[in-house]
Design a protein around this ligand. Structure first.
Ligand code: GLU
Length: 443
């Protein structure tokens, strides 16, 4: 039987880490098994659901690379895929239960009659056997059995009811969702039973905690998928990171792409242990992905952050800028950090802001001017040539390379650390190096 997994967000907010995590595990399972991944919008809370949120959730999924096969925008054989467009289906099915005496009307609502002693146990793929009986569905006050509202007096279905109708009619084979829904599952099973339908398999995913072991929330910093994008994280790394929350690819395999993950994914290997959201780990993963990118792809990621810094990106050709990022090697944990570390290739302005040359001892200045003049006179403007020239010069003068190279580094980058300074000089070009040294009165 073909796997049909679904992600069923309510469009009442952006795509958060928890939602992205659930969507991703459904996607992984559908792709792993060659099945279908369905997007269903649960917008029955009319007051809080908006078209904008629906749009943000979809674009957040797209950003993460979680493509769906059926959904409100795409259609499909089991639609419509928005609950607000399925109200007739909910009503008809509730009427069927009413006609069979399993449900009844009260104060404009339709309620399901809960009978005692119904076995509602199930085998969760992640949590194992969960034993429950309908007797557990108690009313908190009266301690008696609490009937389940199917359709509220405003005509809207409740979550526990609509989800059963939809999962059944959409032929969902695997319900993969957060463990906070374990407690809803018995109610849903009761309704499957009442309709005489075979329930899907359930796989509940562990909770995501912050480093302080408290449930992940705004207090822990960024929570929406887009905030990670805006901070300079790559979709590939957020994907990689989320996939590792509650699952492991085995053999300490930490870095992988979507294709690799979907080839290795096993629902049965998802852990019950709460997963801890560790920002350091995300940084590590992002840096690893950033390193593996080819220069042009890396350039496209960094450009927006250079622009955000007000740097004249358009004033340079892509080959030059990509060359700069290649020179940066594995530096920077995020595209944003890398953009900040490499601003001096794009403009001299930030260098001037960082370094004034005031600290250069007067005694050193004549020597520096002589040294830089020798460098600028080098006929072949290439890193090895510049370095050889510099070495020969300091050796001849009995000077310390460190003093000279350090000043050059400050004058060109405004920073204490950078890639090999002769390589930086070679890339910047003779004219630009001269301009920067002249500005500081060093040549
Ligand atoms: N709309 C529900 C939620 O956002 C879906 C839960 C489910 O997957 O059954 O939590």
């Amino acid at each position: 039987m073909e796997t049909r997994a679904r992600f069923a967000p309510s469009p009442t907010g952006a795509l958060h880490i928890g939602g992205g995590h659930t969507a991703l595990f459904n996607w992984l399972w559908a792709r792993r098994t060659g099945g279908k991944f369905i997007l269903r919008i649960e917008d029955t809370d009319r007051a809080r659901s908006t078209a904008e949120y629906e749009e943000t959730i979809m674009s957040g999924m797209t950003w993460l690379g979680l493509d769906w096969d059926e959904g409100p925008d795409k259609g499909g054989p089991r639609g419509p895929y928005r609950q607000s467009e399925r109200l007739d289906l909910y009503r008809e099915h509730a009427e069927r239960l009413t006609a069979e005496g399993k449900a009844y009307r009260a104060e404009g609502a339709i309620l399901f009659r809960v009978l005692p002693d119904v076995d509602l146990s199930f085998d969760d793929i992640v949590y194992g056997r969960i034993e429950t009986k309908s007797d557990g569905l108690k009313d908190r006050e009266s301690e008696g059995l609490k009937d389940i509202v199917l359709i509220k007096s405003d005509g809207m279905p409740t979550y526990n009811y609509a989800v059963v109708i939809d999962d059944h009619l959409m032929e969902i084979t695997h319900v993969i969702r957060g463990e906070d829904h374990i407690s809803n599952t018995p109610k849903q099973l009761l309704l499957y039973g009442a309709f005489g339908w075979k329930p899907p398999r359930f796989a509940h995913l562990p909770m995501i905690l912050g480093k302080d072991k408290k449930k992940l929330s705004k207090r822990h910093g960024a929570t929406s998928v887009y905030e990670f994008r805006d901070m300079g994280y790559m979709p590939d790394s957020v994907f990689n990171f989320l996939a590792l929350l509650g699952w492991s690819a085995g053999e300490d395999r930490e870095i992988f792409d979507r294709r690799e993950a979907s080839a290795l994914f096993e629902l049965s290997r998802v852990t019950r242990k709460p997963a801890v959201f560790d920002p350091d780990k995300l940084n590590f993963i992002n840096q690893e992905h950033l390193k593996r990118l080819d220069p042009m792809a890396r350039l496209e990621l960094v450009k927006p952050f250079w622009r955000e810094l007000g740097l004249p990106v358009g004033g340079h050709d892509d080959a030059y800028l990509a060359g700069a990022l290649t020179l940066m090697g594995g530096r920077g944990q995020t595209a944003k950090e890398l953009a900040g570390f490499s601003d001096y290739y794009v403009s001299f302005e930030p260098v001037k802001e960082r370094w004034t040359a005031e600290g250069v001892p007067d005694g050193l200045r004549p020597g520096l001017r002589e040294f830089f003049a020798a460098l600028l006179a080098e006929p072949e403007w290439a890193a090895e040539k510049l370095e050889a020239r510099a070495r020969a010069w300091v050796e001849e003068k009995g000077a310390k390379m460190k003093d000279y190279a350090m000043t050059l580094r400050f004058a060109l980058t405004g920073m204490k650390v950078s890639p090999g300074i002769f390589e930086v000089a070679a890339l910047l070009g003779r004219g630009e190096v001269r301009r920067r040294l002249e500005f500081y009165g060093l040549c």
